[in-house]
Design a protein around this ligand. Structure first.
Ligand code: NAD
Ligand code: SER
Length: 332
């Protein structure tokens, strides 16, 4: 990988993936694109080239590809689960229309493609514990439908046209830089901001809803490692289960209370997001990713909570928070 283009780069994952790519490839070699332009002082814009791009617009995409000449596209533009349930037709249009547009460009210009799938690609009929790499996939959300179809489309473009398409089934991603974009796992980010600013949080999921999660540094590293993995070793390619930790809202609140003793949580359950969460796995089996390209998470729940609070709790005398670094005691 020498030059990259990122779609949906202003979102939760793009904000940090773009910075990691620029650190690795050089700032000028990473074109960040999104439907919306963040403020000029945001790193995605300030740290290197940025272009407006609707990922469903094939001509605009082609213009960016001709000018920037990437060998790899990270296709992050999508509507997430809760937003997608409010606007299912738009989720279908953006998530699948955008993916087909990007796949066609990757085919025509022989560009490698990273596309994230999700735990949302599973449904209520899927075994929820140690969910196998290959299993029942009958999701009940439009977001999930687009993720399963996306996995299949990426496999198809690889087998039929030789496109170097690769992808991960991300669990809920926790991070401190950019807010999450309207998913069901957003509570696991909101809770930290509320704990630090107000000392209390009202959660939209029930206290004992266990979901798979991952801290952003691991999510970014997983994408980079997969795209740099030896293709000869990849049997699965487009939908690797990956995971790092599992917890419930109550369990996460307990971990935060160990560090912020006055923190309290209560619950006002949102039936739509609760139903989505209840249809998703509690823990994925990520052995295929470990075997085929050496996946191993670095952050467990404790290391993630420590690092999140290190970044969000205001420091005396305005000192800045440390860069996220690998935890001293690897988890996972
Ligand atoms: P996000 O909602 O934070 O960001 C998505 C970005 O896409 C936004 O900046 C939005 O402006 C942009 N966008 C929307 N429509 C667009 C269009 N038509 N053209 C171009 N850009 C458009 O999402 P994220 O959390 O950064 O997720 C990125 C990818 O990772 C998505 O495919 C998502 O399904 C997947 N994923 C995320 C998580 C998570 O917990 N964040 C978990 C599993 C999978
Ligand atoms: N975090 C995402 C969501 O909740 C999972 O793909 O929508």
């Amino acid at each position: 990988m020498r030059r990259a283009l990122v779609t949906g780069a202003a979102g939760q994952i793009g904000t940090e993936l773009v910075q990691a790519l620029r650190a690795e490839l050089g700032a000028d070699r990473v074109l960040a694109t999104d439907l919306r332009r963040p403020e000029d002082d945001q790193p995605v814009v300030a740290g290197g080239p940025f272009g407006l791009l609707d990922c469903t617009d094939g001509e605009a995409l082609d213009r960016h590809l001709r000018e920037h000449r990437p060998d790899t596209i990270f296709h992050l533009a999508a509507l997430l689960s809760a937003v997608g349930e409010n606007q299912p037709q738009e989720a279908y249009r953006v998530n699948l229309g955008g993916l087909v547009t990007v796949l066609e460009a990757a085919r025509e210009r022989e560009i490698a493609l990273f596309t994230p799938s999700s735990i949302a690609a599973f449904g209520p009929g899927t075994p929820p514990d140690l969910t196998p790499q290959e299993t029942i996939q009958r999701p009940t959300t439009m977001y999930g439908v687009t993720k399963v179809a996306g996995e299949l489309l990426c496999d198809y473009y690889h087998h039929r046209f030789g496109v170097d398409a690769r992808g991960l089934r991300y669990p809920g991603i926790i991070s401190h830089s950019a807010p999450p974009g309207g998913g069901t796992t957003d509570y696991a980010v909101e809770i930290f901001h509320a704990a630090v600013s107000e000392g209390r949080y009202t959660c939209f999921l029930e206290p004992d809803t266990q979901l798979d999660m991952m801290y952003m540094p691991d999510a970014v590293r997983a994408a980079l490692e997969l795209m740099q993995a030896d293709p000869e070793r990849l049997e699965h390619r487009n939908a690797f289960n990956v995971t790092a930790m599992q917890f419930t809202p109550q369990g996460l609140a307990d971990r935060i209370r160990e560090r912020i003793p006055h923190f309290s949580i209560d619950y006002e359950v949102d039936p739509t997001r609760q139903a989505i969460a209840d249809s998703w796995p509690r823990r994925l089996d990520d052995s295929a990713a470990r075997r085929e390209w050496g996946w191993s998470p670095e952050y467990d729940e404790d290391a993630m909570v420590d690092d999140m609070l290190d970044h969000l709790v205001p420091r005396p005398n305005g000192a800045s928070a440390p860069e996220s670094s690998s935890p001293a005691t690897p988890g996972g």
